[in-house]
Design a binder for this molecule. Structure first.
Ligand code: CU
Length: 199
């Protein structure tokens, strides 16, 4: 009995080690020219040949707080439902004027309530607007894989748990553009990819 117990524990440890070894990460820095900071760029693996990823059951969330969409940009895997919250004392509305989001208009709702929309089309850069507050703007960007990150204000980003392979890494920003980068993630460590984005 005791011997079996020890063997089982060993197996679990070995499996755990394997899992760690099989996933790498992509890290780097985005340098944005012509905007306030290098944040809010979305870095993502656009697609993986022969692989599709089921839509997550868990919803993502964008809040409307202090008359802003929070977060300002949100990458989602295609098929993700986003709940649009309202944390302000005023009514908010959310609509999207773009074709790829069916030009949805969710109406207006008060604090504490939310309305949802499911983003389906990969590559869709959906603009979020509020018809009560014309200054409000946010963005949902729809990605075909779950491998994405949003850059912090200092430009740093990290995409975790990427399986080994060769990929095209892309970048999306609401105002700026950058070049695709061909990358290879090995089973041993992190790939480092920096981006310059500009108008
Ligand atoms: Cu509003």
């Amino acid at each position: 009995m005791k011997r079996i117990h020890v063997t089982l524990i060993t197996a679990v440890v070995v499996l755990g080690g394997l899992q760690l070894a099989l996933a790498g990460g992509i890290t780097g820095t985005v340098k944005a020219k012509g905007v306030k900071n290098s944040g809010d760029a979305i870095i993502y693996i656009d697609k993986i040949a022969g692989k599709t990823f089921p839509a997550p059951k868990e919803h993502s969330r964008i809040d409307q707080k202090n008359l802003m969409f929070v977060p300002h940009v949100l990458p989602v895997l295609s098929g993700t439902t986003v709940d649009f919250m309202n944390s302000d004392d005023v009514l908010h509305n959310v609509f999207c004027p773009d074709k790829c989001c069916d030009k949805f208009n969710l109406g207006s709702w008060p604090k504490g309530q939310f309305k949802s929309y499911t983003f389906k089309e990969p590559g869709c850069a959906a603009t979020l607007l509020c018809n009560v507050h014309p200054e409000m703007e946010g963005h949902v960007y729809v990605v075909e894989t779950p491998y994405y990150a949003v850059s912090a204000k200092d430009g740093s980003y990290e995409i975790k748990n990427v399986p080994p392979g060769k990929y095209t890494l892309k970048i999306w920003h609401e105002k700026l553009k950058g070049q695709d980068v061909a990358i290879e993630v090995s089973d041993k460590g992190n790939a480092t990819v920096d981006f310059d984005i500009h108008k």
